[in-house]
Structures are given as C-alpha cells and as structure tokens.
Ligand binder design. Structure first.
Ligand SMILES: [Zn+2]
Length: 109
C-alpha cells in the first residue's frame, strides 16, 4: 500500500488564542491541540517544548500542563508516553495518556 491510498487520516491541529490574565491584565497566548475537531487539551495547557521534544523519539513527555507550567498543578502526575513506529511507508505516533485525560490512546499519522 502506498502512502495516501485507502487510508483514513486523523487531523491534528494546533491553535493559539489570546487570553487576558485576570490578576495582571497582561495578555498571553495559550496553545491548544485538536485531533479530528476534538480538543485534547481542554482544561490544560499545551507545552510546546514537550510536544516538539516528543517528535524526536520514544519516551515520556510533559506535553500537557497547567497554565503556570507545572503539570502536577493541573492534576497530571505522569507525562504522556509517546511511541513511534513505521508501518510500510507511513510513520505512526501513539500517545498513551494517563488519567485524568479522557481518552487513553490516540493514534495519528
Ligand atoms: Zn498551575
């Protein structure tokens, strides 16, 4: 099978929105991660450093965090386990997401 033939694709999208801080009235950008029009980071903040680091290889990464930058503050005690593998011409990335994230496994191409 060639890449793009008879395959269903998931859509991965990163959005930024501008949020005003209630205490300092400063504005900052909050990234969010969407898969197939479902927000994966709802209630969390996307850590772009963790996301970029996870592209390089297998491991456990702090991709979701609190808006202050500390994952434990948002109830996240474990990073997302990222597994890369290749099947024919396609490269797959599997995320194993611990509680409290609502979905335990998401696969995207
Ligand atoms: Zn926090």
């Amino acid at each position: 099978m060639r890449l793009g033939e008879n395959m269903d694709y998931d859509t991965l999208r990163i959005e930024y929105r501008v949020v005003k801080d209630d205490t300092s009235s400063k504005k900052h950008m909050v990234p969010s991660l969407w898969i197939n029009n479902e927000c994966l980071t709802d209630g969390f903040t996307l850590d772009m450093r963790g996301l970029v680091a996870s592209v390089k290889g297998n491991g456990q990464y702090d991709i979701l965090t609190c808006s202050c930058g500390e994952p434990i503050c948002a109830g996240i005690s474990e990073g997302i386990i990222v597994l890369h593998h290749r099947d024919y011409e396609a490269k797959f990335v599997r995320w194993l997401i611990p509680h409290p994230i609502r979905d335990d496994s998401i696969v995207s191409v």
